[in-house]
Design a protein around this ligand. Structure first.
Ligand code: HEM
Length: 153
């Protein structure tokens, strides 16, 4: 990623991270609406979709996803950023292994993250491409640790 791309990522990220839980909730609400079966993995799977935004565990996962991205975007451009990204995203993969989250499910979440970011930050086509590159990069770190079904490799 070149310095213009890095600057764009950091600048556009300021918008969703200003309201982290709400941004995460927007992502997760869209995710569960579009891919309802993914909700089965969560302890709040019996809560009706329309009540999720006020559910504490739902809001906790929403905020945590944003925090992982925030930590990643903060280290970008610093010395040792690649090692740090490896560490952050391997931890995400390893923590999710007992929950057996498939690659397909991660990719479904990626699709929704990109859509929510595009709308929230009014990203143009080339900015979407750069964001996609970043998410593909961190996802490759996850996918190095898991197989198709989300089990450990
Ligand atoms: C960008 C990708 C993701 C990130 C950064 C992320 C981040 C996190 C974090 C930080 C936690 C809390 C720590 C832990 O218990 O492991 C967590 C929990 C969890 N994640 Fe994810 N996650 C991601 C994708 C997914 C996907 C695709 C699913 C599947 C549908 C999923 C399902 C869960 C579940 C079921 C929990 C436990 C929630 C609870 O007990 O309340 N995650 N995630």
């Amino acid at each position: 990623m070149n310095s213009d791309e890095l600057e764009m990522i950091k600048k556009t990220w300021e918008i969703p991270v200003a309201t982290p839980t709400d941004s995460g909730a927007a992502i997760l609400t869209a995710f569960f609406n579009r891919f309802p079966s993914s909700l089965q993995k969560f302890p709040f799977h019996n809560v009706p979709l329309e009540e999720l935004p006020s559910n504490a565990r739902f809001r906790a996962h929403a905020g945590r996803i944003i925090r992982v991205f925030d930590e990643s975007i903060r280290v970008l451009g610093q010395d040792g950023d690649q090692e740090k990204l490896d560490e952050i995203w391997t931890k995400v993969a390893v923590n999710h292994i007992p929950r057996r989250i498939s690659r397909e499910s991660y990719n479904q979440l990626k699709e929704v993250i990109l859509e929510v970011l595009t709308a929230a930050c009014s990203l143009n086509e080339s900015q979407v491409e750069t964001w996609t590159k970043l998410i593909d990069h961190v996802y490759n770190i996850i996918f190095k640790a898991i197989n198709e079904d989300g089990d450990a490799i």
